[in-house]
Ligand binder design. Structure first.
Ligand code: NAD
Length: 395
């Protein structure tokens, strides 16, 4: 099959196996060039391991610390006629690289919110690793089925309190336009918290501890985006921000409930980047294209892999990590500092349809977007016939 990108709205509906493998290798190569991580975890569980920040975390643990990793993700497998999702191909590529490097890797593909997948993961940890020392929680999902009631909740990306009129960039049509976003109802806020808040993170940690597969002094982190004034109305102070606030509550509860194991639970705030999850959020593509330009000019631009490497070395496994007032690990300071934000604000105020390509790093945004699905990579021959059916060997 010759595979070319099929873009629909903010998503690409297919993926290129060779391109995804090259993208994974690029991240592994970056980690291999960094100093090995000291005091690093050796047995790691990554929930949401196949794309974006979760994949980068898994690569960091495996190739930066020689950790044995178990990953959980929710990806579509390929058929002769249809490609898999990018996360499937990324996982296959990760497994191959891990295998070649003699590193243990096992991936469970299924709904991480369900009790069944938690049980399957626990059984695998018992069998292969005994316990885990680090649990990364990096899920981004529009839906969650509550395992107790069977009810399915959907998240909403809306402002809270009042309507919000703003600029946005339609990546599909290449158009900068004004949109008006209606405020969320109380129910929509509660549902978003149910999907993207801390409840499932707590459930995972409780289940792992109860099954005695969580090591003493284990660490766990869930990821958040805090941002600043430009993104607060649609992120930080919006429905998704309410869900993220709930992670702070969950981190406290995990620390309190698992004092006997001395579990360290943190929320880690990461920078805004192009991922499948962030492409779906109104305003974010415009903001990201502008912040890319500013941070590239400042020489401070980072991708997922640079962020997660710093999270391990300057946060989770640093001798003296810096927490913010709420006890979160902050990897986003290069983005959220006043000076950088002032430059983005200046561009934001000027940007229109006519000057968008001039003011924003559209090329950088678009290249990163295509790369998420394995497209636009120089070393890959996109006219070649490739087999879409790719799988992986568990360790
Ligand atoms: P992503 O879409 O790239 O990754 C989501 C992961 O979750 C994938 O591995 C996917 O397979 C998995 N997943 C989704 N639903 C699942 C389910 N039901 N069961 C099992 N696995 C499931 O997203 P991302 O941008 O890397 O986001 C990861 C976390 O990082 C989120 O909490 C997000 O809020 C946070 N974050 C993202 C940004 C950003 O700009 N992208 C910035 C800061 C923080």
């Amino acid at each position: 099959m010759v595979i070319k990108p099929k873009i629909r709205g903010f998503i690409c509906t297919n993926a290129h196996p060779v391109g995804c493998a090259a993208h994974v290798r690029e991240q592994i190569d970056y980690i291999k060039q960094q100093p090995q991580i000291k005091e690093a975890p050796q047995r790691v569980l990554v929930i949401g391991c196949s794309t974006g920040y979760g994949l980068a975390s898994r690569i960091t643990a495996a190739f930066g610390a020689q950790a044995r990793t178990i990953g959980v993700c929710f990806e579509k497998e390929p058929s002769e006629k249809k490609t898999a999702t990018a996360g499937w191909y990324n996982t296959a590529a990760f497994h191959k690289e891990a295998h070649d490097a003699g590193l243990y890797a096992y991936t469970i593909n299924g709904d991480a919110f369900s009790d069944e997948i938690k049980e399957e993961t626990i059984a695998r940890i018992k069998e292969d690793l005994g316990q885990v020392d680090l649990v990364i929680y990096s899920l981004a999902s529009p839906k969650r089925k509550d395992p107790d009631t069977g009810e399915v909740y959907s998240s909403t990306l809306k402002p809270v309190g009042k309507a919000y009129r703003t600029k946005t960039y339609d990546t599909d049509k290449d158009v900068v336009k004004e949109i008006e976003l209606e405020p969320a109802t109380e129910e929509e806020i509660a549902d978003t918290v149910k999907v993207m808040g801390g409840e499932d993170w707590e459930r995972w940690i409780n289940a792992l501890a109860e099954a005695d597969v969580l090591a003493k002094n284990a660490k766990t982190t869930a990821y958040t985006y805090i941002g600043k004034e430009l993104t607060w109305p649609i992120y930080g102070h919006a429905t998704i921000g309410k869900a993220k606030e709930d992670l702070d509550r969950a981190a406290k509860m995990i620390r309190r409930d698992h004092k006997d194991l001395n579990v360290e639970a943190y929320v880690s705030s990461l920078k805004a980047l192009v991922t499948q999850a962030s492409s779906a959020i109104p305003v974010m593509p415009l903001y990201i294209s502008l912040i890319y330009r500013v941070m590239k000019e400042e020489g401070t631009h980072e991708g997922c892999i640079e962020q997660t490497y710093r999270l391990f070395t300057e946060g989770l496994y640093a001798e003296q990590p810096k927490w913010d007032a709420a006890g979160r690990l902050r990897m986003d300071a290069k983005e959220t500092n006043e000076e950088t934000q002032a430059k983005v604000k200046e561009l934001w105020d000027q940007v229109t349809q006519d000057n968008f390509h001039e003011l924003a790093d559209y090329a950088g945004y678009h290249a990163d977007f295509l790369k998420l699905f394995g497209f636009g990579i120089d070393s890959v021959d996109y006219d070649a016939d490739v087999d879409p059916v790719v799988t992986w060997e568990q360790s």
